[in-house]
Design a protein around this ligand. Structure first.
Ligand SMILES: [Zn+2]
Ligand SMILES: [Zn+2]
Length: 111
């Protein structure tokens, strides 16, 4: 269903989902069809769920992973944790947030 209260970065109204599981299902469909990685967020404004696109993610200029790619950086621990939860459910990989030693933000690491 199209939201009547919440808009995304592009000013368009967001799609809303009435449960996390239906948002997850939609995210998986979108990933299969378009290859976009989306994750559900619970919206405090309308109390439903929306999907956010990870292609808008930021990268840390200081840290690289083992493949020497720049690591994704998250502004808050909550945001990093939310992404970790999403990855755990969709890819069955357990990640935990840690504070970036060089920059303001959080990364995810395998334990
Ligand atoms: Zn909303
Ligand atoms: Zn970093």
């Amino acid at each position: 269903m199209r939201s009547t209260t919440c808009t995304g970065n592009n000013g368009k109204y967001l799609e809303e989902y009435h449960s996390e599981s239906s948002a997850l299902l939609a995210a998986e469909e979108i990933q299969e069809q378009y290859g976009n990685t989306l994750s559900p967020i619970h919206c405090r404004r309308c109390n439903y769920w929306h999907l956010v696109d990870h292609s808008t993610r930021k990268q840390c200029m200081f840290c690289t992973d083992r493949g020497l790619f720049l690591k994704d950086i998250y502004a808050t621990k909550e945001e990093a944790q939310r992404t970790a939860d999403w990855i755990r459910r969709s890819k069955k990989i357990q990640l935990s947030p840690y504070k970036c030693p060089y920059s303001h933000g959080w990364h995810l690491t395998k334990r």
